[in-house]
Design a protein around this ligand. Structure first.
Ligand code: SF4
Length: 265
């Protein structure tokens, strides 16, 4: 399993999401209590109907959160809870980051923790896809700032000069026969996904873009690999290529990997 999924980091997101669930439950109960007199004036059944609806929503979110926790603990139950788990994440994530802020936890740390949880959930499902159904998507900032070649339109325009890692990523994509796309933002990323129609994505990006991207493209499985920013954000960023290769291998069937290793493919 790749290093970015180190166990202690996941606890942060799980703790925040559990606190969020508690707050959501208490707030929902409070809203129901406050609205009781008004609803009872309209109809004697309304308080009960609203109560059942709200209780069902909270129960579904709780099932999702429990599904995530069980999956992290190693239980293979996510199949049943998968939809609920992602709905719970989408609903509770903004609250989780706000709670993190209250406790002076940096937003990026929460996002990193979320990415690790998400990667773990995807890896645990052991999804395998054919190479032509796997897309590596990387941000434009990985390209050397002074490079004159337009690689966002076609990554094969890269001359593999070695001044940035786009050349090495192209080599990796070629070795495994997977797609590689360099994108400038969410709009182009969505367009590439629509064109290539991958069954899985390996996304390289910063915490913020990975977090929103993973949630945007659900239910498409995404493994996120964080980029490194030695020159600050969005400028000549880098990525650990061994982690990218490990993530590619985790998506490809054993048989394909064997053939690549034996030089048959
Ligand atoms: S490796 Fe490719 S993208 Fe990077 S600087 Fe060289 S030609 Fe440009």
């Amino acid at each position: 399993m790749i290093e970015i999924m180190h166990r202690p980091r996941k606890r942060l997101f799980l703790t925040l999401i559990l606190i969020s669930l508690c707050i959501a439950t208490v707030s929902t109960y409070g809203i129901w209590l406050v609205s009781l007199p008004g609803l009872a004036n309209i109809s004697a059944y309304l308080p009960m109907i609203l109560g059942v609806v709200l209780a069902t929503v909270i129960f579904a979110i709780a099932c999702g959160v429990i599904g995530i926790i069980l999956a992290i603990l190693g239980f293979r139950t996510l199949g049943i809870f998968q939809g609920l788990a992602w709905s719970a994440i989408n609903l509770l994530f903004p609250m989780a980051t706000s709670i993190g802020k209250v406790f002076d936890v940096d937003k990026e740390r929460v996002e990193r923790s979320f990415i690790e949880v998400s990667n773990h959930l995807i890896m645990q499902k052991r999804i395998t896809v054919q190479p032509d159904k796997l897309l590596i998507m990387t941000p434009h900032c990985l390209q050397q700032e002074t490079c004159p070649y337009k690689i966002t339109r076609d990554v094969s325009n890269c001359h593999r000069c070695g001044k940035c890692q786009i050349g090495e990523l192209s080599n990796l994509a070629e070795k495994y026969g997977v797609h590689l796309a360099v994108v400038t933002g969410g709009t182009l990323a969505r367009k590439v996904i629509k064109t290539i129609r991958p069954h899985a994505v390996l996304a390289i990006a910063c915490e913020r873009d990975l977090t929103s991207g993973i949630q945007d493209v659900f239910p498409l499985p995404v493994i996120g690999v964080l980029n490194e920013r030695p020159f600050g954000p969005c400028c000549n960023t880098r990525v650990k290529l061994d982690k990218v290769e490990e993530a590619i291998q985790s998506f490809l069937p054993e048989e394909i990997l064997r053939k690549i290793k034996d030089g048959v493919l």
